[in-house]
Design a binder for this molecule. Sequence first.
Ligand code: HEC
Ligand code: HEC
Ligand code: HEC
Ligand code: HEC
Ligand code: HEC
Length: 356
Amino acid sequence: MKRLKVLTVALAILLVPALVQARVSGPCADCHTMHNSQGGADVVAGGPFKALTKGGCVQCHTGTNTGNSTTIYNSIPYVLDTTAPTYNFDGSKNTLAGGNFYWVQNGNDAAGHNVAGVANADASLSTPPGFVTTYGRSSWPSGQQVTCAGTYGCHGDPSKADDFAAISGAHHADDSVIDGSTVGKSFRFLLGIKGTEDSDWEYTVSSSDHNGYYAVDYQTTGTVDTASINYLCAECHGNFHSQSSVGSGSSPWLRHPTDFDMNSVSTKEYGNYPNPTLFTSVSTTGEYFPDVPVGNTAGAVKSTVLQAAGDAIVLCISCHRAHGSPYADLLRWDYSTCTASTQNAQCGCFACHTSK
Ligand code: HEC
Ligand code: HEC
Ligand code: HEC
Ligand code: HEC
Ligand code: HEC
């Protein structure tokens, strides 16, 4: 009887689904140093750092992703590598969903956001292309570089100027619910943005193992949704998103549409997304192609799309990687290989424009 009880308890524990929590864990000393001094010597070079951490945002998030969670800081998502990452479109990578800053740090200005502390200022750009003041940033000072977080950054609370002030507490926050209400409860600490966070930031990735991007179909709602992943980009590049400057809501467009549901044009070439006869990592029509992702109105992880209204929405990041890529305009693929009538599997445009 007693044995059975023990067994039942053991089974119950085994059957409880693993709590996937993105908040940090591990010894305080892995990540913090109280005085940055041990035996009179610095604990971390270049310190002390804010929030008593053993490195700023950049230092902590620099490394090579191995998928191995036994690194000193538990499992850190690395967004800057010191050696060239593996990056094959429609193939293997050791970069994460946002891409990597390696290429922009190593002299290719157009291959990434020139984030302060990561890369020098972009030689030709300072104000974000398409910047408008109506999307959450009131001005962009001349010469200002993008920062990781804060007023001129992507992560954290833009009402706080400093990176660490903007993100304060987020690493320790309970993020089991991503509703955008606080920095910690926002998709990847992007304040106000909703979605579903893949537990390894898409280190391992497939049609069923990926982030869930929240987006809306502007044609149906007629309003801009500040919780969509497209709004995040629009905060600095608003003119490329605002409907009046993109078009009248249907073809012919003025700028490439986003917040646009491909279900409404699925009788055209878009119904054959992701073009499985061309790309090797997908095998059927309607399969989610993580290298050319689409969003949905639930911000959910869907392995099959084009099944119901609102499940195949074009995103800024259908074409771009937020941090950087090996290619111009931080594109997911090399746009210079895109040639009409001779489709090739190195050009992601063909995932949606399946008959061009
Ligand atoms: C002491 C090291 C350290 C420092 C400093 C640090 N981070 Fe992190 N960061 C981590 C770790 C560890 C994780 C992974 C937490 C987890 O398990 O999901 C993480 C996760 C993240 C994530 C992903 C959150 C998610 O939802 O998965 C973002 C975004 C991030 N950090 C941004 C920043 C920014 C911006 C700064 C600077 C203001 C910063 N980090 C400073 C260690 C650090
Ligand atoms: C906090 C403001 C901010 C946000 C948010 C932002 N960007 Fe940018 N972006 C900039 C600035 C500033 C530049 C110009 C300087 C540079 O390249 O860093 C830029 C440049 C770019 C470029 C051109 C790169 C080049 O060097 O030619 C692309 C493409 C781009 N952003 C795409 C995006 C996408 C996609 C998103 C959303 C995932 C996004 N941006 C979010 C500020 C931002
Ligand atoms: C895996 C890395 C990691 C571990 C382990 C860790 N922290 Fe942190 N902690 C951070 C990072 C990164 C920040 C700064 C960014 C932020 O606030 O999200 C931070 C911020 C803080 C802050 C200021 C923000 C807040 O939440 O009030 C306190 C206090 C703090 N940590 C205490 C601790 C204590 C105490 C421990 C051990 C019980 C610990 N931390 C373990 C990474 C870690
Ligand atoms: C995630 C899917 C997707 C990807 C990737 C994509 N497009 Fe599109 N594109 C669309 C949709 C949907 C439309 C709107 C079609 C409509 O309204 O009939 C569109 C519209 C266009 C238009 C305007 C057509 C018109 O009728 O006004 C052009 C041109 C275009 N795309 C070119 C490209 C190029 C070049 C690339 C690669 C850099 C690309 N697209 C990548 C989905 C995509
Ligand atoms: C269909 C693919 C596609 C989508 C979707 C897309 N872009 Fe782009 N983007 C490109 C391409 C290709 C370029 C290269 C320049 C061009 O063709 O106009 C580019 C260039 C840019 C640039 C650089 C402009 C410059 O002056 O250097 C920015 C910034 C940018 N995109 C932001 C965005 C934002 C923000 C969104 C969403 C609102 C978005 N993009 C959606 C493909 C796309």
